[in-house]
Design a binder for this molecule. Structure first.
Ligand code: SF4
Length: 463
């Protein structure tokens, strides 16, 4: 089914699914309170946002320089750097490493870029056993689903549903205690870390100055994924680069504040290369795959380039009235919510995904909350404008001509309005039915009644 038809169908179902809406409301119930409490601990939050936006501007507008610096510094300590211009190439690179090492099993920590290139499918197709180590990712993997949210992949599920899933798939005893559920996943995963041949991670940031990858997490699973298998592969979008180490002092707490309302996440680790002589642990080999996948096309778009500033905190999803009503899976994309609606048409094709730009009330809550000041709701408008390349249909042109003809002839405009007023009682009778000429509108909204007194009448009758 075409993406737009599927979106409309799923959005209709989800928007009417009161249980789903209740779960999302509960999951996000405290988000704004804890986030705002954290924001209040900054001396000046707006100043921090401005600095973050300027730092990302510097990185993105000099991406060639910083990527080159990053790659050189990574390579200087023995890391193998690969450049992937598209999803197919990135999959090929990873599969090439996996096949060269004759690997049988892979353990992964959360990486949205791997979702973007459908890496799990490719690895499983090649006969590998792939296990997600992030709790939320593991849950959606066991359900054969994609992540629901870029920060909280299984946010749409209750603990009872997770307990049932674990009973079925992991053979655990029933429990609704979140801690016990975590322990069940932990027990199931421990052995996988030890036996996996390859660990695959994403990256939150990459520091050009030092050639280091920064991963921020709460479960410690990324650390184990990176430390225990002999081979480590990091897959990251090229926009993750930051110029300097000191930039992390701003971005790590900012990401935690906006993502989960924490001051800092539980684990913040810097990876600088494979195991060096004399070191007792760490991978023997480390590969970093730098993924373009049409990001440079977005970079070439001066108007919307700042969409590459995104640090994937998920804050714009959490405050978006559309996301909260239709849910993450409805978008049918890797990146959902406002940022997904802005970048997906660039990453996957404007004409097929332009409908996402209309899935917005343009309230601006996303722009207001974004910590790196991406002008999200205006970019949705830019996408709408850019998508409107089709010639209007014959009827559309006729309607605009008729409107222009009437609107430029006051007597005709007044007459048309009188006609409309006369027809209004009939509209009430046919409203919503097959004979309703405005049924596309009245199916989901009220047709506003015409005012009893027009502006022209009022002007004529004023004392
Ligand atoms: S667009 Fe802004 S608010 Fe949305 S995920 Fe990216 S950084 Fe966070």
């Amino acid at each position: 089914m075409k993406a737009v038809k599927q979106f409309l169908k799923d959005a209709d179902i989800k928007a009417h699914d009161l249980r789903h809406r209740r779960i999302i409301r509960t999951a996000l119930g405290n988000y704004e309170i804890v986030r705002d409490k954290r924001k209040a601990s900054y001396q000046d939050w707006q100043q921090a946002r401005q600095l973050a936006a300027e730092t990302k501007w510097e990185a993105i507008n000099h991406l060639d320089k910083y990527l080159d610096q990053l790659a050189k510094n990574l390579e200087s300590r023995g890391t193998k750097v690969h450049w992937a211009s598209n999803a197919a190439q990135a999959r090929e690179i990873v599969l090439g490493i996996v096949q060269e090492k004759k690997a049988q099993s892979v353990i992964k920590s959360k990486a949205m870029t791997s979702e973007e290139i459908h890496l799990n499918d490719a690895l499983e197709h090649a006969g590998l056993k792939v296990v997600e180590s992030d709790l939320g990712e593991l849950i959606v993997q066991l359900r054969n689903e994609t992540p629901y949210h870029i920060v909280f992949p299984s946010m749409h599920l209750t603990r009872y549903e997770i307990s049932k899933l674990f009973q079925e798939k992991l053979g655990s005893a029933p429990t609704s205690d979140p801690e016990e559920l975590t322990m069940i996943a932990r027990r199931a995963l421990r052995e996988k870390y030890i036996t996996a041949d390859i660990g695959i991670t994403g990256a939150n940031f990459a520091v050009a100055e030092t050639g280091m990858i920064s991963i921020t997490e709460n479960e410690g699973n990324a650390r184990l994924t990176a430390a225990l298998p002999k081979i480590m592969i990091t897959l990251m979008g090229i926009e993750k680069v930051l110029p300097k180490m000191e930039d992390l002092a701003l971005f790590l707490p900012m990401l935690a504040t906006m993502g989960t309302g924490q001051a800092l996440t539980g684990y913040n680790t810097m990876y600088s290369g494979p195991r060096q002589p004399g070191e007792s642990d760490g991978p023997e080999e480390w590969h970093v795959v730098l993924l373009d996948n049409r990001r440079t096309e977005l970079l070439a778009d001066v108007e919307q380039r700042d969409a590459l500033h995104c640090i994937r905190c998920g804050a714009c999803l959490n405050v978006c009235p559309i996301f909260r009503n239709v849910g993450g899976h409805t978008y049918g994309t890797t990146y959902s919510g406002p940022i997904g609606s802005v970048i997906t048409p660039h990453l996957r094709g404007l004409q097929d995904w332009k409908h996402l730009s209309n899935a917005s009330s343009l309230c601006g809550a996303c722009t207001e909350t974004c910590p790196v000041k991406i002008d999200l709701h205006h970019h949705l408008l830019h996408n709408r404008r850019n998508a409107a390349t089709d010639k209007p249909s014959f009827f559309e042109r006729l309607a605009y001509r008729a409107f222009a003809f009437a609107a430029t002839r006051p007597w005709l405009w007044g007459f048309a309005k009188e006609l409309g007023r006369l027809g209004q009682p009939f509209q009430k009778i046919v409203e919503g039915g097959p004979m309703d000429p405005a049924k596309a509108w009245t199916k989901t909204r009220d047709l506003p009644p015409l005012a009893q007194e027009t502006f022209r009448d009022w002007w004529r009758n004023r004392s």
